[in-house]
Design a protein around this ligand. Structure first.
Ligand SMILES: NC(=O)C1=CN([C@@H]2O[C@H](COP(=O)(O)OP(=O)(O)OC[C@H]3O[C@@H](n4cnc5c(N)ncnc54)[C@H](OP(=O)(O)O)[C@@H]3O)[C@@H](O)[C@H]2O)C=CC1
Ligand SMILES: O=C(O)C1=N[C@H](C(=O)O)C[C@H](O)C1
Length: 259
């Protein structure tokens, strides 16, 4: 039975993964990583009584699990995934905030170690489809801006999904000129910029995870939108990744690449 180490088990997503794995007869969580513990009893986090809890990477013994599931924070994800690969774990990573260079380094390390896995900025099907449709639309509508809306506790901006959407659009959109003679009377008013694509990040209570991609053309506009109203929306993607983990022969980026 594949054993899972869950990094970030006490967090919002970590707790969803705890519930998911409890419903999967073929997987078990044998270890958890947090950077601090409110309780040392695994049961207080919904984990099996036999699960071992660790608060730093150097406490984790060899062979604590087979798969490393990571839903932590942007500041720790690179170090965590590096550690996972160096110690033979297959990483399934939802944590956002990895730079392009960090992703490339982790892919290279996975290749050297002969380990497969997945980094997915979004495990939700509506977001995967939004990105696919946005990339298709950008071939015909090069004028595009992205608005992402999240809960007020989100640590990084823009969201990993918004950035991934911008990257997919930039791959296909024709060379594009935006008006150069504009000013921002309030700095940042036009949002972040990825290769000329403006990204706007909203953080408000009540929201979970939402994204709109707005395309403008002559006398017409197209808006593509997805909503995750509940974090359970990400679990079908995590389930697929767990089920396919053993067969992945490289470190993939993007759920769509293993579906
Ligand atoms: N790919 C996807 O589909 C999705 C990805 N995400 C991403 O997943 C990540 C987690 O999101 P979410 O669960 O909402 O965030 P939370 O803040 O609720 O959870 C993060 C957890 O990680 C813990 N943590 C912090 N630092 C470390 C560390 N160094 N090692 C181990 N654990 C640590 C936190 O502990 P403490 O609270 O004590 O600091 C907390 O329990 C984010 O990057 C988010 O963007 C979120 C939703 C979907
Ligand atoms: O922090 C979140 O909540 C989410 N993070 C991911 C991201 O940054 O794209 C996925 C989803 O948007 C929820």
């Amino acid at each position: 039975m594949p054993r899972i180490l869950l990094a970030g088990f006490a967090g919002s997503m970590g707790q969803q993964v705890v519930k998911l794995v409890a419903s999967l007869p073929d997987f078990e969580i044998t270890a958890g990583l947090a950077h601090r513990l409110k309780s040392s009893d695994p049961a207080d986090y919904g984990l099996p009584a036999s699960a071992k809890l660790y608060t730093s990477l150097d406490e984790i013994p060899a062979d604590a699990a087979d798969i490393w599931v990571d839903f932590t924070v942007p500041a720790s994800v690179y170090q965590n995934v590096r550690y996972a690969l160096e110690n033979g774990y297959r990483p399934i990573v939802g944590t956002t905030g990895l730079t392009d260079q960090q992703e490339a380094e982790l892919k290279q390390l996975a290749k050297e170690k002969g380990i497969g896995g997945l980094i997915a900025p979004n495990f939700g099907m509506s977001a995967v489809l939004l990105m696919k449709f946005a990339q298709e639309a950008a071939k015909y509508f090069p004028d595009v801006e992205i608005i992402e809306m999240h809960h007020e506790d989100k640590k990084d901006a823009p969201s990993g999904t918004a950035l991934a959407t911008a990257k997919l659009i930039a791959e296909v959109r024709e060379p594009h000129q935006t008006a150069a003679d504009t000013t921002e009377s309030l700095p940042g008013a036009r949002g972040g910029d990825y290769q000329g694509i403006k990204l706007h990040a909203v953080r408000l209570p009540g929201y979970v995870a939402h994204e709109q991609v707005l395309f403008g053309g002559k006398g017409e506009a197209l808006t593509i939108r997805q909503d995750s109203f509940d974090r359970s929306s990400f679990m079908s993607g995590v389930k697929v990744a767990l089920e396919k983990a053993a067969d992945l022969n490289q470190l993939y980026v993007g759920l769509e690449n293993i579906l």
